[in-house]
Write a protein that binds this ligand. Sequence first.
Ligand SMILES: [Zn+2]
Ligand SMILES: [Zn+2]
Length: 304
Amino acid sequence: MLLHLFKRPLLLFLLAHCLSVARWCHFGNFVADASVVLVATNATYQDRIAAFGPRLTDEGLFGYLVSIETIEDDNQKGCNKLKKKFANDSCIALVERGQCSFIDKVRNMQASGAIAVVVGDNEHNGLITMYATGESIRIWDTSDVKIPSVFVAQTEYRDLKSLLVVAKEPVEIQLLKDDLLQWPLLDVIIVVILSPTVMMIFIYVLWRIRQRQRRKQDIAPQQVVGNLPTKIFYRSKRQENDPQECVICLEDYVDEDELRIMPCKHEYHVKCIDSWLTTRQRFCPICKRDVCLPTEETPLLSVP
Ligand SMILES: [Zn+2]
Ligand SMILES: [Zn+2]
């Protein structure tokens, strides 16, 4: 029953939920961003740590940024190992996105002696999370990746590259740790726990709204109830067949009680029947006649 009521919004919501999960999983938008800091000027460039490889420590990682392009111009995307390894063990490789998977780039640079990798996007301006994807069975096991890697968007990548071109001295950088939400695991927790919770709250709110609407249809408007005639009860004026008790509160009428006269001529205490009609049902408790239906005395449409 409940499911039937919410079938359409539920389906829509589930669809939106699946899309957002897919989006998070694919683009990793829920991972917080870290930064590349130029040691000399303290300038920072936003980046994002990869989903694989070791995490950065609190102190961050220091090293000299080296553009692969300047070493091997046919290998700017880092899809091959360097023919000649890096000269020292403080080089952070700057490679371009594309042609091969992120994990391949990082493995190649690790094999070439880099201590970390900065992957830059030369085509799009937006941060993504680098996941281990590829055809090889090795994608499931990334324990061999011992160096951290980060992703920078187009603007940052171009800035870093042009900086390397004009720099007369080696460019020392620091890879700073993400503040929070850095674990891809947290992505999963948010998607698995938070989203269903949001969905349940959404369904509950919708259910309450529907219930309220339905209840509104069941009761009589205050104005209609207020327009029903009343009279004052006097035992002396009572006729033989007149009821002597209110069937709602089951109390006998006493002199000067104010009674409401329904269109069906049934009578009740004003406070009893008003509360019945405006909070429970719009029908007479005895004969079930709807008080909102037009009567001969109060026609909704005047007959010409
Ligand atoms: Zn009563
Ligand atoms: Zn009645």
